[in-house]
Structures are given as structure tokens and as C-alpha cells.
Design a protein around this ligand. Structure first.
Ligand code: NAD
Ligand code: UGA
Length: 437
């Protein structure tokens, strides 16, 4: 069991920190955002992630997990330093390495003995070797380190489950000693089965981008098939479920929707695209996935406009679901942003509701109305669009909605509302790729 510092206490840093302390390690989550650390130290969890508060509290109480903004001290007291800061997209599309670079600077200034420097942030292939060169150049004789790429595969909304029961853990390093230490910090997982994949650094970095891109590609593919289903009288649910019964395809990530969003797929595809351009390697499938996703968001807007008789101008539209997927308060690159922008551009009035993401979205849109109750948002509206697959929206009281809506138009971009009931109650509705009843 090791002393570990995780630099960056965001989605990945906090989940990794609580998960590794649950495995018995002593972990400090360090962040430059002093307010975030003060909140964490007073028991406030800055993000919504199911189960996170419980596991954080348990490990804080057992003194295996703590939080600090004194990054130099945290580095000095740990044998393994994990970098988990953001790598957002630049305007050019490649990954912005500013945060990783500044963490490497801090590490250089505070390394005082053998340590493992491990990157969990998603970084362009070749970053590991750049970091190794910076560290080697900066060190005086006698200071030793090893480098590991340990990409993270958790999903927001099911992050703890993904971290504690991962399909695989990728450890990219050329050092036997570092590999042994990494196996040790994940030892509890290692006891029951061996999910650890040992590779070189570049391979580990590539596995992360290749995995995210493949999943995004799968979503774009099923979205395009869904769009075609509508034109030929086929039903996407039957198509996807039958496709998924083929083990070679698998039924995961075959749900059509309003286009993928989030803080990772969009930026990671662009980043891999930038890398492939730099290396002069054509990646047509990647570009297709990116373009198909842009189209999908536009198609949702067109669907909404076509559905509501007389257009959107001056109409009140209830937008249900603001986060990019269910079970998170993260609205980064959410398709809801695109639909809200579209409604506003067309002169419509947005009445927004999300069980937990109203606050996050209010940083993007101040001018729209947010509601704490779903039926208050729907009351008096001329149209309703479901953007996120929250369970709450699967069990909407449709007869009540029919009574309180001004006009009964519903666009269900997640295909979660019963078409039978919509049709029985006389709603005019649309969804993605279904044979309408
Ligand atoms: P985030 O924005 O939630 O958190 C990043 C944290 O780093 C912030 O709290 C910020 O204050 C802190 N930070 C920035 N600069 C710092 C510095 N110099 N020193 C200390 N702290 C600093 O980001 P995230 O969503 O956790 O993503 C982190 C990385 O992990 C990204 O590369 C992302 O692509 C990757 N990733 C994210 C997910 C996910 O589901 N969010 C999953 C797998 C991988
Ligand atoms: C994704 C990957 O699934 C994680 O393995 C990875 O670690 C993470 O990115 C990352 O690198 O940050 P995440 O973005 O949290 O995780 O969520 P997903 O469940 O993958 O959903 C991404 C988007 O795709 C959402 O907008 C979701 O609604 C959409 N999606 C997903 C679909 O439209 N259809 C599907 O079948 C699945």
C-alpha cells in the first residue's frame, strides 16, 4: 500500500482518490482551487456522482484520504504522483496541455527522491516521453524517477462502479519497478483477477484515444442508422437489439440519441484527429464520427421545428434534461446547449428543468427560466423536448402533462417515453428512428 498524491481533484481526481484509498492506499487529492479544497475539507463534494460522498466520507474518516492545496508538500510526502488535471480542447482542436505542463513544472521543483510520475489525464501520444525528457533535464544527480501512463476509462454517472470494477487497467511503463508499484496500488483488484494490461507508454496513451474514438464512432453509426430507419419504415430499437445479439458487435453504446456530448468524446476525437494530421495519417472514420455528431445535433433541431405547428417563434418550449447524460451534473458539450441555442435563435422561450444540472447550465445561459419541478417547467408550454435520459422522465405523468401543456407536442430524443401512451393520449410526437404508432 502506497502514499499517493493526485494532482487535480476534479471528476477523475476525486473518483481515483477515493477509489485508491478504498483499496487501502493513503491518498492526498491536491488542487490549486483553494475553495474546492476548503469545501472538500468541510465535507462538501463539489460534483454530483452517485455514491461519491459515501466513499469519500468513509475514507476521510479512516484517515486514508485527505485534501490539500499545498501541492509541494503533498508531492514531497508521496511515492506516487498521479496527474489528473484537465486537457481541454484548444481553438485549433488539439489538446490544451497548459495544466499538465504547469503540474510537471511543480513536480520538477519539488522532487526530492525516487517517485513514480503517473499521468491519468488523457494526453496526446508522445506526451509521456516529453515529460520524461523535461524531468531528466531538470534533475540534479541522484534524483531518480519512473514514468507511467495509466489512462482512466470511467464514465461520469457510473464513475465509482467503473473505477472499482474496471474492465482493464492500462499501465504503460518501461520500468519493472514502476510496474510492480502500480500493481501494488491496484492490488485489491489484482487479487481476484488480473485486469492489468502492461504496455509501453505510447501504447497506453493510444489505447485511451482509440477506445473513446471507437465508442463515439459506434454512437454516430447507430444515430445514422436510426435516421435512415425513419425513412425506410424500420425500427431502430429492434435493429440495434438484434445487432447487439451478435457478440462481435455487442449491445453496448448502440442507443440512438441527440448526439454525444460530455467533456471527453468531442475533445478526444478532435485531439486524435489533430495527431493524425500532424503525422500525415488519414483517419476518415474519425472525421465521419465527428461530422455525423454535428449533423445529429442539427437533425434534432430540425425535428423540433418541424414538429411544432407554426414554428418556434414566441412558443414556450420545456427542455427536460440539461446534463450531457443521466446521473451527472456535467453540462460540458451537452446536446441541450445546442437545442437551447436553436430555440433562442428562432425566437422561442426556454423553460428548462434538470433534476441536478440547472445550476451548471445557468453558467451558460442566464436568460432562460429554470424550474425546480418538472411539471412547473412544462406548465403552459407549447412544446416539450426530452434531452437527457433521466429515470424521472421515463415515468412522467402523461395525462397530467396533456392537461397542463398549451399544445401537446413532444420530441423525445432519448426514446424513453411510451409511444403507445403518447398516441393514446393524442400527443403529436417524434423521437429517433422509431416506427410511430
Ligand atoms: P476537471 O476539470 O473535472 O478537473 C480538473 C481539476 O484540475 C480541477 O479541479 C482544477 O482546479 C485542477 N487543476 C488544474 N490545474 C492544476 C494545477 N496546476 N495543479 C493542481 N490542480 C490543478 O477534469 P476531469 O473531468 O477530472 O478530467 C481530467 C482528465 O481526465 C482530462 O484529461 C480528461 O480527458 C480525463 N478523463 C476524464 C474523464 C471524465 O469522465 N471526466 C474520464 C476519463 C478521463
Ligand atoms: C466516456 C467513456 O465512456 C469513458 O470510458 C471515458 O473514460 C470517458 O468518456 C472519458 O474519457 O472521459 P462519459 O463521457 O462520461 O464517458 O459518458 P458516456 O456514457 O460514454 O456518454 C458519452 C455521450 O455519449 C453522452 O452524451 C451519452 O448520452 C452518449 N451516448 C452514450 C449515446 O448517445 N448513446 C450510447 O449508446 C451511449
Amino acid at each position: 500500500m502506497k502514499n499517493i498524491t493526485i494532482i487535480g481533484a476534479g471528476y477523475v481526481g476525486l473518483v481515483t482518490g477515493s477509489g485508491l484509498s478504498e483499496f487501502g492506499n493513503r491518498v492526498v487529492c491536491a488542487d490549486i482551487d483553494k475553495n474546492k479544497i476548503l469545501d472538500l475539507n468541510s465535507g462538501k463534494i463539489p460534483i454530483y456522482e452517485p455514491g461519491l460522498d459515501e466513499i469519500v466520507n468513509r475514507n476521510v474518516n479512516s484517515e486514508r484520504l485527505s485534501f490539500s492545496y499545498d501541492i509541494p508538500a503533498s508531492i514531497k510526502n508521496s511515492e506516487v504522483i498521479i496527474i489528473a488535471v484537465g486537457t481541454p480542447q484548444t481553438e485549433k482542436g488539439d489538446a490544451n496541455m497548459f495544466y499538465v505542463d504547469s503540474v510537471v513544472d511543480t513536480i520538477v521543483q519539488n522532487l526530492d527522491g525516487y517517485k513514480i510520475i503517473c499521468t491519468k489525464s488523457t494526453v496526446p501520444i508522445g506526451t509521456g516521453n516529453k515529460i520524461i525528457n523535461i524531468l531528466k533535464k531538470s534533475f540534479s544527480e541522484g534524483i531518480d524517477f519512473d514514468y507511467v501512463s495509466n489512462p482512466e476509462f470511467l464514465r461520469e454517472g457510473s464513475a465509482l462502479k467503473d473505477f472499482l470494477w474496471p474492465d482493464r487497467i492500462v499501465v504503460g511503463t518501461t520500468s519493472k519497478k514502476a510496474y510492480g508499484i502500480m500493481c501494488d496500488i491496484y492490488r485489491l483488484l489484482y487479487i481476484n483477477r488480473n485486469p492489468i494490461k502492461h504496455t509501453n507508454i505510447e501504447t497506453a496513451e493510444m489505447i485511451k484515444y482509440a477506445s473513446n474514438s471507437f465508442l463515439a464512432l459506434k454512437i454516430s453509426y447507430i444515430n445514422e442508422i436510426a435516421n435512415l430507419c425513419e425513412s425506410v419504415g424500420a425500427d431502430i430499437h429492434d435493429v440495434a437489439s438484434a445487432m447487439g445479439q451478435d457478440g462481435r458487435i455487442s449491445d453496448k453504446f448502440l442507443h440512438p440519441g441527440p448526439g454525444f456530448g460530455g467533456s471527453c468524446f468531442p475533445k478526444d476525437l478532435e485531439s486524435l484527429n489533430a495527431i493524425s494530421k500532424e503525422k500525415n495519417i488519414k483517419m476518415e472514420t474519425l472525421n465521419a464520427a465527428i461530422n455525423a455528431n454535428k449533423n445529429q445535433k442539427e437533425i434534432m433541431a430540425i425535428k423540433l421545428e418541424n414538429l411544432i405547428e407554426g414554428g418556434i417563434e414566441n412558443k414556450k418550449i420545456a427542455v427536460l434534461g440539461l446534463s450531457f447524460k443521466a446521473n451527472t451534473d456535467d453540462v460540458r458539450e451537452s446536446s441541450s446547449i445546442d437545442i437551447i441555442n436553436f430555440i433562442l435563435k428562432k425566437g422561442g422561450i426556454v423553460r428548462a428543468y434538470d433534476p441536478i444540472a440547472n445550476h451548471s447550465m445557468s453558467k451558460f445561459f442566464r436568460e432562460i427560466s429554470y424550474f425546480d419541478d418538472v411539471y412547473d417547467a412544462i406548465n403552459g408550454s407549447d412544446g416539450l423536448v426530452v434531452m437527457t435520459e433521466w429515470n424521472e422522465f421515463r415515468a412522467l405523468d402523461l395525462p397530467r402533462i396533456k392537461k397542463i401543456m398549451n399544445n401537446a407536442y413532444i420530441l423525445d430524443t432519448r426514446n424513453i417515453i411510451s409511444m403507445l401512451e403518447l398516441s393514446r393520449l393524442g400527443f403529436v410526437y417524434d423521437n429517433v428512428g422509431r416506427v410511430k404508432i
